[in-house]
Write a protein that binds this ligand. Sequence first.
Ligand SMILES: C[S@@+](CC[C@H](N)C(=O)[O-])C[C@H]1O[C@@H](n2cnc3c(N)ncnc32)[C@H](O)[C@@H]1O
Length: 352
Amino acid sequence: MSFAQYMDIALYDESIGFYATSGRAGRRGDFLTSPEVGPLFGALIARRLDEEWFALGSPDTFVVVEFGAGPGTLARSIAFAKPECAPALRYLMVERSAEQRAAHADHLENWLGDLDAAGVDSFVRGVGPGPEFASSPIAPYGVTGVVLANELLDNLAFDIVRHDGEGNFERLNVHLAEDGLEFVVAPTEVPASLAVVLSSAAAGEWMPLQEHAVQWVMAAIDRLERGVVIAIDYGASNAEIAARPEMGWLRTFVGQDRGGHPLDAPGSCDITSDVAVDQLATAVRPTVATTQRQFLERLGIAQLVEEGRQIWSEKATAPDVEALRARSRIGEAESLLESGGLGDFLVLEWTI
Ligand SMILES: C[S@@+](CC[C@H](N)C(=O)[O-])C[C@H]1O[C@@H](n2cnc3c(N)ncnc32)[C@H](O)[C@@H]1O
């Protein structure tokens, strides 16, 4: 099978897939994402949602579709931040893993349940006092609002390909040998729309072919009548990714550590790649592309940290939960803005 087929099973198969069984984002999980650093990230995303709600003319129903919501931590932080759009907010967590969706009810007031297609449809068309939250494996079309994905695209199945400088491509297939799984090189075709970008890599270097991520961008844009698609992830240009020594772009994670070879013990670890931004741009070029640092600075992270310092200094002698949360913003901001870490992540926005 192709590596993409293998990866889809290893991550998402209902009985053995990493995300269907043990895999989790979070401090007690397998890797730390921005929402899992603490509530500050969600407070800033809440500001971005408010910006969009106002830009759309404060509609009575404002839909946020969060893809790859994991255990629902970002939604909880957004609810906690009480954005101005809250009365209009219908927030749908689209998560492929039933195991992770089952966690969404925890600590989320106004959670309306795990919905089927008909339920999703009426949820996103509902009016009345928000915020309301719901979960589903299914996403709606024809919505006004925001489609959001934090660290989803790096987790969508990709193939591993290279070219010979003369327009011929090969890919790595996964083969069951006597002593386990192994890679086998096979000739392949690549989509014409991606051939130019893939050819920008040096001949002979393996790189990810991220067709599913490209298709996700196209579908995400199609889902919106008006609004914005926001995807946040680690990424670089295709040529930069391919140039990483020893396929350094292909990584596995488990228990907050790097995992082993991606073909060892399928289902036991996360499999991920840097996202090739110029492959995504073959779908539609992003309206805005910034680093996470620039994005969070524009949304006022410094002001929220300063506010946290003030609250802490007023209550330091007898700190309550609010004071501790306020103090924690300082460390959270350092993590979210870190060079060589989360601060260098890319925020891609497509305004519709
Ligand atoms: C790396 S986790 C990120 C979780 C969360 N967004 C965060 O930043 O902490 C990726 C999540 O995307 C989910 N996922 C993968 N493919 C998906 C798809 N096509 N639709 C919805 N969720 C998907 C996985 O099950 C997993 O929970």
